[in-house]
Design a protein around this ligand. Sequence first.
Ligand code: PMP
Length: 449
Amino acid sequence: MRRSLERSHKHFKKAVGRLPLGVASNFRYWGEDATIYIARGKGARVWDIDGNEYVDYRLGYGPAILGYADPRVEDAARAGMEVGGVFGLATERELAVAERICKMVPSAELVRFSNSGTEAVMAALRLARAYTGKDSYVIVEGGYHGLFDSVLWYTAVEDWAEGGGEPELVPYGEGVPMLLKQLVHQVPLNDANKLEDSLKKHGDDIGAFLIEPIMGNCCGITADAQYVKDVRALCDKYGVVMIVDEVKTGFRVARGGVQELMGVEADLCTFAKALANGYPISVLAGREDIMRKIGDGVAHGGTYTAHSVSLAAAEKTLEILDETSALDDIAAYGRAMQSGMSEILDRHDIPHSFVGHPSMGGLFFSETPPSNYRDWKDSDYTFYDTLAPVMHDLGVLCEPDSREPWFVSAAHDEACLAQTLEAFETAVAETAETLGAGNRERIQAAGAC
Ligand code: PMP
């Protein structure tokens, strides 16, 4: 271990006495010896409480798209603070932010605010059910849509053998009512026939299809643009509301999100993360006739919605993303990083591929990337799992779980890139040595991806 985590370790021991796992979100627990506590972040860098500095590719799971504590957003947030918070009444700025969103995202005809991605997706699902009068819904295997019971289901592909029927649907954890299972159907990404089969079979009960076309919680596995168009047509054919969850992709992969990239318009879509550079705010947007059900039978709202600080931060963040070259610069950095990494891996003769978008790319140790979650389970992630902690030791913070993409911000600069590639060079060499000569064979034996 090249860095000291002494203070983080000490703090963990105290924190665990008061906070389950010693943290405020299960995902922040990286194990007793690896959980770190952050002192502050600025630009593309964060510092832990031991004083270790990292170039950060997690960005809080995506939000800090302009970099931590961007001065333009911070000034706007401070002005938002002067407004006074929440009043149980509306403010004028809500319309200004809604207008900007509708300008950037063609499918967004009307907009409502919430506080988190989870809340926005919950609202979308409720609205779709109300609009169609149907309670069941289809989600995509390997997807993640937040911490609420209706979507806390996953396909157990780990021990599943192809040809042995469909993989089982299981709750993410305890406390999720089994009663809900009868409402959830799952399909693999990139297989429109499977979706049609499901709609044919259960169509009378299905009100919504929920999809994240670049799977931001599954290494960035990406839907083919044609598949997304087929999905659009199927939703129309079977009268199902198509919800595109853009909580991670929104205002990141393009001004109009993944919908713009893939040339498709959702019926409803959800945004959060990049919307306000890290301030808690989210959006449910979509087709006017569906959105008008809000207030005409469908409940939506909340004490903290459109808080003046978050709203002011969103207004400024969106202005920057819309009116500057920030998103192009982020994608260019991502491409340069991926090509530098490729060069290093090629030199070591290590099969690899990238998926997703350069601004949120997944790194695979296989020649062909997976096209759905079923493929992912056959991929070899030992190399990634071994590499990531070495990168941390060398001052580059990527997610230890290979299912999380590498997020890039507008604050990642030439110095970050050089530092990242230098660390990557060392980490790849060390990992290859640790795993030994059989590495290439193991990756190839792992299958198509
Ligand atoms: N949808 C997607 C696609 C997400 O990635 C996330 C969070 N990672 C959520 C919903 C839930 O958002 P939040 O954590 O803000 O509740």
